[in-house]
Design a protein. Structure first.
Length: 119
């Protein structure tokens, strides 16, 4: 059974940077894609971005392009989210997730990581 374990996050001043990591456990981990979502207090969960596990191509939310980047390392089964020029509105809980196919749901979720950006 696949599990996703997140690390990173914390408190950072506006304009700073953070990197979140998400490592998968389980032998047969060959997802179609992995992704990041976030949820701000009182808000719905929103899509941050995703990466094709095979090709490494990424899809970043339009509003975050230029500041956020996603990478993955197949050997260590890890996906990273690099966040630059952070703003207070980036505050929230960040979740990593994976899906097995093009039309399948995001089915496995990490435990969530708090990111707080102070002004």
């Amino acid at each position: 059974q696949v599990q996703l374990v997140q690390s990173g996050g914390g408190l950072v001043q506006a304009g700073g940077s953070l990197t979140l990591s998400c490592q998968a456990s389980g032998r047969a981990f060959r997802p179609y894609a992995m992704g990041w979502f976030r949820q701000a207090p009182g808000q719905e969960r929103e899509f941050v971005g995703a990466i094709s596990w095979g090709y490494g191509s990424t899809d970043i939310s339009e509003s975050l392009k230029g500041r956020f980047a996603i990478s993955r390392d197949k050997l260590s089964k890890t996906m990273n989210l690099r966040m630059n020029s952070l703003k207070p509105e980036d505050t929230g809980i960040y979740y990593c997730t994976s899906r097995d196919g093009v039309v399948t749901q995001w089915s496995v979720w990490g435990q969530g990581t708090q990111v707080t950006v102070s002004s």
